[in-house]
Ligand binder design. Structure first.
Ligand SMILES: Nc1ncnc2c1ncn2[C@@H]1O[C@H](COP(=O)(O)OP(=O)(O)OP(=O)(O)O)[C@@H](O)[C@H]1O
Ligand SMILES: Nc1ncnc2c1ncn2[C@@H]1O[C@H](COP(=O)(O)OP(=O)(O)OP(=O)(O)O)[C@@H](O)[C@H]1O
Ligand SMILES: [Mg+2]
Ligand SMILES: [Mg+2]
Lengths: 256, 256
């Protein structure tokens, strides 16, 4: 059965989508079969993977509500071994649709259980909020990967996220664990980055990956070409960091 | 009556909170009486203005639901003429509480109408989402200021935001206008910034402020001191840009 990892953080713009796309690509390059599930109405993961005309496709909203099978919605990307379930604008309305249903937190877990395709990893891109979409992702997931931007406001939000994860684990999903924390947009010339890194390693200990993702302009250029940075410019510091992160992940898993 | 401006963009991390705090400070420095309303459960605007122990205070959640008057919740900041209604963690639950009530989009508009204090401006910091909190802000506001990060994903999200604003104007709040678009985190060494600026000026015309906010590390340091960057380091490029933005705003209003 696949390892389901939710990439979540309610703070906006911390590198959730960038981490999903590039980690998925790096894992797929090691012959793992990977699925990206885009659960953000903004649909940045879909665009970043080159999916066009999102509104014409079967999307994660229909899969979430059980109207379509995951297999019907998934699209194989230009990266071998990597598929994506694209997002749809109608995800914005999911909160209002789900809130009065019973089992509203379990919709995604039920949909993923029906998936027959053999994936090694399913990575879920979450919106910047602790709403029912993110809750569904945390209930369906085995673990949570937390991208943490090296900025003050991002650090402030971590306590709220950890509290929510603990509550979901207690009430809805006992197997949920924090898979790890990855520092993003790290700028070694900037004291703030260094300070945040120290704080985070003190707070989370060895849950923090050794690999740190540097601020790197090639990363922010890649989405306009509809490609992961690993395909856009694999030599750049950003791409190399994500390749290294995937390596560290796989090594950590072998030791478990 | 005060000019109510919602600072909104569902894309995360584009500089909404930073714009609210620093624009409010610059306007207050010109002797305008300004109120910041923190409608984001993350509470970054409250922290950035030096508000501590948020959970012990009366907050924007109670004001939104009509349980407390705005005057009971507001705190005068260390910046003369500038007050803030702090956010509370219970705002996360507001969506689920409001969704089944009638008039769920008008709660904030009703609460602001009861305000007796004479403010010239009320600036509302919105969460990174098009949820009921942001809807309430757009229904209560006279206009919307859109901070736009000079990045590809931020540009992609603009169409969705404009569509939502038009819908709110048509269905709930006929006076709602786009006050302006302000480019943030602009890096003149980066082609992507230049490309985004051209696209945005072509799309929005003179709705785009001439003032562009540069990427400036002092801006991201200021929140850890609980101060607007204008107080933390008024000489830096970031502070000067926000002072210039306030000037441009006031000039534009005089010409209307
Ligand atoms: N390491 C990096 N260096 C430079 N730019 C980056 C880096 N990581 C992400 N970015 C850029 O920063 C912006 C925010 O990243 P991204 O969209 O991945 O964050 P997010 O957490 O998914 O945002 P949201 O909360 O809106 O979903 C994007 O424009 C992205 O291209
Ligand atoms: N011009 C700038 N230069 C450098 N850093 C900036 C600039 N503007 C904002 N920042 C930093 O970038 C991060 C995102 O900004 P901010 O939190 O204001 O965005 P936001 O849109 O309010 O985010 P959210 O969507 O989570 O509410 C913060 O850490 C902030 O300090
Ligand atoms: Mg994202
Ligand atoms: Mg904010």
């Amino acid at each position: 059965t696949p390892k389901v990892i939710a990439i979540a953080n309610q703070k906006g713009g911390v590198g959730k989508t960038t981490t999903v796309i590039n980690l998925a690509t790096a894992l797929a390059a090691t012959k793992k079969k990977v699925l990206i599930l885009d659960l953000d109405p903004q649909g940045n993961a879909s665009t970043g993977m080159g999916v066009r005309e999102k509104n014409k496709l079967i999307n994660s909203y229909q899969v979430l509500l059980g109207k379509r099978l995951l297999e019907d919605a998934l699209i194989w990307s230009e990266v071998p071994n990597l598929a994506i379930v694209p997002s749809g604008v109608d995800l914005t309305g999911a909160e209002i649709e789900l809130v009065n249903t019973s089992q509203r937190e379990y919709f995604l877990a039920k949909a993923l259980r029906k998936c027959k395709t053999e994936f090694d990893y399913i990575l879920i891109d979450c919106p910047p909020s602790l709403n029912l979409l993110t809750m569904n992702a945390l209930v369906a997931a085995d673990s949570v990967l937390v991208p943490l931007q090296c900025e003050f406001y991002a650090l402030e939000g971590i306590a709220m996220l950890v509290k929510t994860i603990k509550r979901i684990k207690r009430v809805f999903n006992p197997r949920l664990e924090i898979y790890g924390v990855v520092l993003t947009m790290f700028d070694k010339r900037n004291n703030l980055s260094i300070m945040v890194e120290q704080d985070v390693r003190n707070f989370f200990g060895d849950k923090v990956f050794n690999t740190v993702i540097p601020r790197n302009v090639r990363i922010s250029e890649a989405p306009s070409h509809g490609k992961p940075v690993i395909l856009y410019d694999w030599r750049c510091a950003g791409a190399q960091a994500y390749i290294q992160l995937a390596g560290e992940m796989l090594k950590k898993e072998r030791q478990m």
